[in-house]
Design a protein around this ligand. Structure first.
Ligand code: ADP
Ligand code: MG
Ligand code: MG
Length: 325
């Protein structure tokens, strides 16, 4: 069936995963689009509950079992996201490592609200780092998860959004959608095209109200930006980023934002976090290890680094583009 007139886009904003998620669907009738969005809504709602580290739910129960030295049987999506997280952690040399949940909690970055108070005492940070919690401590056999290290506490915050958008894309596809964009606070996932053109997105300027560049995303691509300008702890006149270096237990200081474009949302999200930790010197090596070719990094000094592949895709800002990532 061919539409005689172009179908209008259907778009909805939902509050999911502690953030606004905008879903824009092109090329189908309103009822099909709304049904697809409802499916995504319900699914992301479930994932948010199951994957939350500090609210009653599956992950919290798993963390309690790990602390008690006991094995725990998770559901299949959890086993899959943990397996993917462990592989990504290995590829990043542990710069992205969701096992550092205790450290995240000590800094107060585990809640949906901005943390308050003082940074944790140096001795507490040292103790948490010395316990050396790593994703490689996990054994995942089928749906049974156990940890050889009781200090492991899982916090999926650095890649959950990307992983969830990957699953949401599958939901949309199952509902018959071929052309859509999902935009969730710092992460965007594209399916198909916007009519004759690719979907366009923009990368936020961390220093000013605006964007640094626009680019077109090809079907199936994801773009994730990790920034230290949205979630941080403010104490003693200093701002502490919510991205922590697992080696020191302290927040990243010199990198303001990292955007990664990849074929997979979880990979793009995890890599954006890992490269923020890697910093201005080491990021190319970690990007290569993670198999990521499109990176844009902005340092606190205002320098912009980009891979040649990414540079080639950046378009000057101007005209109309959707909300920045
Ligand atoms: P954003 O919130 O901007 O998307 P990230 O994707 O980098 O940023 O996620 C940051 C969150 O990930 C933190 O709030 C914390 O829960 C967790 N986290 C912080 N540092 C790390 C790290 N090095 N590895 C894994 N998770 C981390
Ligand atoms: Mg993120
Ligand atoms: Mg991330």
């Amino acid at each position: 069936v061919r539409a005689l007139r172009p179908m209008p886009d259907v778009s909805e904003s939902l509050y999911l995963f502690g953030t606004m998620v905008e879903i824009e669907i092109h090329g189908v009738d309103d009822a099909t689009a709304r049904a697809a969005i409802a499916a995504v809504d319900a699914h992301l709602e479930t994932l948010h509950r199951d994957w939350h580290a500090w609210r009653p739910g599956e992950l919290e129960s798993l963390n309690a079992a790990i602390a008690a030295g006991a094995p725990f049987t998770v559901d299949a999506p959890m086993a899959a996201v943990l397996t993917q997280g462990r592989a990504l952690a290995c590829a990043s040399d542990g710069l992205f490592d969701p096992a550092i949940g205790a450290l995240v909690e000590a800094w107060g970055f585990h809640a949906d609200t901005l943390p308050e108070g003082d940074p944790p005492p140096a001795a507490e940070i040292a103790r948490l780092v010395a316990a050396h919690p790593r994703m490689t401590d996990l054994t995942i056999s089928g749906r049974e998860v156990r940890s050889s290290n009781p200090a492991v506490q899982l916090d999926l915050g650095a890649y959950a959004k990307g992983a969830a958008l990957d699953l949401a894309e599958a939901d949309l596809r199952a509902a018959g959608i071929t052309d859509a964009v999902l935009n969730a606070g710092g992460g965007v996932q594209v399916m198909g095209r916007h009519g004759a053109r690719p979907w366009r997105v923009a990368i936020r300027d961390p220093f000013a109200w605006g964007v640094v560049a626009a680019l077109e995303l090809q079907p199936g691509e994801s773009l994730h930006t990790s920034g230290n300008y949205e979630r941080y702890l403010e104490a003693g006149g200093l701002r502490f980023s919510h991205i922590l270096d697992p080696r020191s237990g302290r927040p990243v200081t010199d990198i303001v934002s990292v955007s990664v474009l990849a074929q997979n949302g979880a990979l793009a999200d995890a890599a954006a976090t890992a490269l923020s930790v890697a910093g201005a010197k080491d990021w190319p090596r970690i990007a290569a290890q993670m198999g990521v070719e499109n990176v844009l990094m902005i340092t606190g000094a205002g320098e912009i680094f980009a891979t040649p592949a990414m540079r080639a895709r950046l378009a000057p800002v101007g005209g109309d583009f959707p909300a920045p990532v």
